[in-house]
Design a protein around this ligand. Structure first.
Ligand code: PRP
Length: 213
């Protein structure tokens, strides 16, 4: 049995054509069903529907053999035990530093001052500000990062920006782009050895679909 880990929402929708290219068709729509494990047209392949942040954990421990995961989540998790064969170039967005319109980020950076950052992406933020040589206090949040500067919890945030609409709606702007984000196919390294005959064609068909899109 092959188990594939997917998160509901944008990544799932944009991954469907790649699954189709590999001859994989889910038997149910996870957006409509409350089932957490979904059968497919292939009796030897099932899909587990989990939170995006749990996808690399399932694949790392081999509870899922493969999955699709955003680079934001993957970098934060770390790549231990994972083989990352294809950048699907789907669910594109960017990891950015954003601050309220009135906040002079440039001046703070120039002056070598300390900045207070709220984020759920602690590793992204820690690594980025270390690279920049900016002193930072990090405050871990689990959602609605844009509220933190408005409420006086932090000076700025590190978060995903897609259209920029959420920032605009909250009088904030992107002050730095840290990295472009897209979703990757990830495979458990041990499964890659043990189930090579089943996994290789799936990976190759997904890779080909990527080239042809
Ligand atoms: C992300 C992010 C922003 C929003 C940005 O949240 O945290 O709030 O998308 O998108 P935009 O630039 O198009 O407005 P998401 O909807 O993924 O949910 P989350 O807060 O659970 O991460």
């Amino acid at each position: 049995m092959i188990t594939m880990a997917l998160a509901k929402g944008r990544i799932y929708q944009e991954a469907l054509p790649f699954l189709a290219a590999a001859g994989i068709f889910p038997a149910e729509d996870p957006e409509k069903s409350r089932k957490l494990m979904i059968a497919t047209n292939r009796p030897d392949l099932r899909i587990v529907v989990i939170r995006a942040t749990d996808v690399p954990t399932y694949v790392q421990y081999g509870a899922a053999d493969l999955g699709v995961c955003g680079w934001d989540t993957l970098y934060e998790h770390g790549g231990n035990g994972l083989f990352i064969p294809v950048d699907l170039q789907i669910a594109k967005c960017r990891m950015s530093v954003a601050a309220p319109n009135g906040f002079d980020y440039e001046r703070l950076v120039r002056s070598g001052g300390r900045i207070r950052i709220a984020t759920k992406f602690m590793k992204w933020a820690r690594d980025y500000f270390a690279r920049q040589g900016v002193h930072v206090d990090l405050i871990k949040l689990y959602g609605s990062m844009e509220l933190a500067p408005i409420a006086g919890l932090a000076d700025a945030i590190v978060d995903i920006v897609a259209t920029g609409a959420t920032l605009r709606a909250n009088n904030m702007r992107e002050v730095r782009v840290i990295a472009p984000i897209s979703s990757r196919l990830i495979v458990n390294q041990i499964s890659m050895g043990l189930k090579k005959a089943e996994l290789s064609p799936i990976i190759e068909n997904i890779r080909k679909a990527k080239k042809n899109d």
